[in-house]
Each structure stands twice: as structure tokens, then as C-alpha cells.
Design a protein around this ligand. Structure first.
Ligand SMILES: CC(C)(COP(=O)(O)OP(=O)(O)OC[C@H]1O[C@@H](n2cnc3c(N)ncnc32)[C@H](O)[C@@H]1OP(=O)(O)O)[C@@H](O)C(=O)NCCC(=O)NCCS
Length: 187
């Protein structure tokens, strides 16, 4: 069975860590501070309205992590604390494919943090965990998000029309993907 580690080092300041229930209040407060910002591109804000919702989400994701059916990682700065999340949202074990998604505290954007964090996770998934393909889907107008897979050498594979209902509108998305052999060749 595929095993996804609990902690992934990104650099000297940043790590990805599977959260504990005791992280729920801090994570929820970060969502609260960024609620308006995140609503533009993430569809789940109305389902996370209390610390208990966050506890429930962490429990669900921890169960998935144990069977490698998904993983919620908090992005943790050793200096600042929790600044966002990076998740394996979906896994196709038969085809060794993982779909990932992410968000970052607005005040920490624009410094390459998510590109480094996604790079570290993709490396672990494709080189250590045995996945063969990683997919990222982004809203077609979400340029900050699309820049991340493009910068990491992912291929844009196509446009999904009306891929996601975003509160009051349909959003088209681009699909980006990279295979293990492509990732190794780029290393
Ligand atoms: C998407 C997100 C995670 C990016 O995090 P980040 O740490 O700022 O990302 P990075 O700094 O690693 O890279 C962002 C890239 O986008 C570019 N960028 C940022 N805003 C941009 C814009 N409006 N237009 C074009 N490019 C933009 C940056 O210049 C950078 O690329 P570069 O280094 O090649 O110049 C963050 O903006 C976020 O959390 N957004 C809200 C939630 C979200 O959209 N999640 C993704 C859903 S698919």
C-alpha cells in the first residue's frame, strides 16, 4: 500500500505536517482571517464556520491519510506557525494518481512559498511514495494558482467547462499534470 508521510520538510523554515485536533482552533482562526480572500477560488468556506467544523475536517482527513486516500497538511513556518494548507484531495490507487490543492494566508503570498511547498509534496509523492501522476486543477482566471504548476514543469492538459460551482457562478478550470518520469527528468 502507498504510504504518505506525516511530516515533509520544505526548507529550513517551512514544513508540511498532518494536523492534530489541537491545531483546529489556530487553523480555523486563519480561515476566519482569510475568509473573504479565499471565497474567490475555494468552494468550501460556508461549510467551515466553527472550530468544531475544523475538528471534524481534521478527523476525516486523518482517517483518509492513514489509508493514503488523501492527506491534509498544514503549512507550518517554524517562525510564524500555521500559514496555510496543502492537501492530497483525491487518490486513484489503481492508476497511482493524486490530485492536490492549496491555500495560503494572504499576508504570506507572493514570496514563492506555495511553489516551494507544492514542489516538496510532489517530490515525495512521485519519488518516495510511488505515485505515477500528480494533477492540479485551477480556475482558468486564477493566475496566481496556475503559475505554480507551470513553474514546476506541469503540462496544461485541458480546460474543463463549468468544473466547479463557486457559491453563485460556474468556474471553468485548467488541468495541469506531471508524471513521475517527467518529474525525474526535470530534477
Ligand atoms: C494560489 C496561492 C496559493 C499562491 O500562493 P503564493 O505563495 O503566493 O504562490 P507563489 O508565490 O509560490 O507563486 C505565485 C506565482 O503567481 C504569480 N502571481 C501572483 N498573482 C498573480 C496575478 N494576479 N497574475 C499573474 N501572476 C500572479 C506570482 O508572481 C508567482 O509566480 P512567479 O514567481 O513565477 O512570478 C495563493 O494566492 C492563495 O492561497 N490563493 C487563494 C486560494 C487559491 O486560489 N487556492 C488555489 C485554488 S486552485
Amino acid at each position: 500500500m502507498v504510504y504518505i508521510p506525516d511530516v515533509i520538510s520544505v526548507d529550513t523554515d517551512l514544513q508540511l505536517r498532518v494536523p492534530m485536533e489541537s491545531d483546529a482552533a489556530t487553523l480555523f482562526n486563519l480561515v476566519e482571517e482569510n475568509r473573504t480572500y479565499l471565497r474567490e477560488w475555494l468552494p468550501w468556506l460556508d461549510e467551515t464556520t466553527s472550530v468544531q467544523d475544523e475538528v471534524n475536517f481534521i478527523q476525516e482527513q486523518t482517517a483518509k491519510h492513514q489509508t493514503a486516500d488523501g492527506s491534509l497538511f498544514i503549512i507550518e513556518s517554524l517562525n510564524v506557525g500555521i500559514i496555510g494548507t496543502l492537501s492530497v484531495n483525491q487518490v486513484d490507487h489503481g492508476n497511482l494518481t493524486a490530485w492536490i490543492g492549496y491555500w495560503l494566508d494572504q499576508s504570506h503570498t507572493g514570496r514563492g512559498i506555495m511553489t516551494r511547498a507544492v514542489g516538496a509534496l510532489v517530490d515525495v509523492l512521485l519519488v518516495s511514495c510511488g505515485f505515477n501522476r500528480v494533477v492540479i486543477e485551477t480556475g482558468v482566471d486564477n493566475l496566481a494558482s496556475s503559475a505554480i504548476p507551470l513553474r514546476l514543469g506541469f503540462r496544461q492538459e485541458g480546460r474543463s467547462v463549468q468544473r466547479q460551482w463557486m457559491y453563485d457562478r460556474w468556474v471553468d478550470s485548467f488541468q495541469y499534470a506531471i508524471t513521475a518520469s517527467e518529474w525525474r527528468a526535470n530534477a
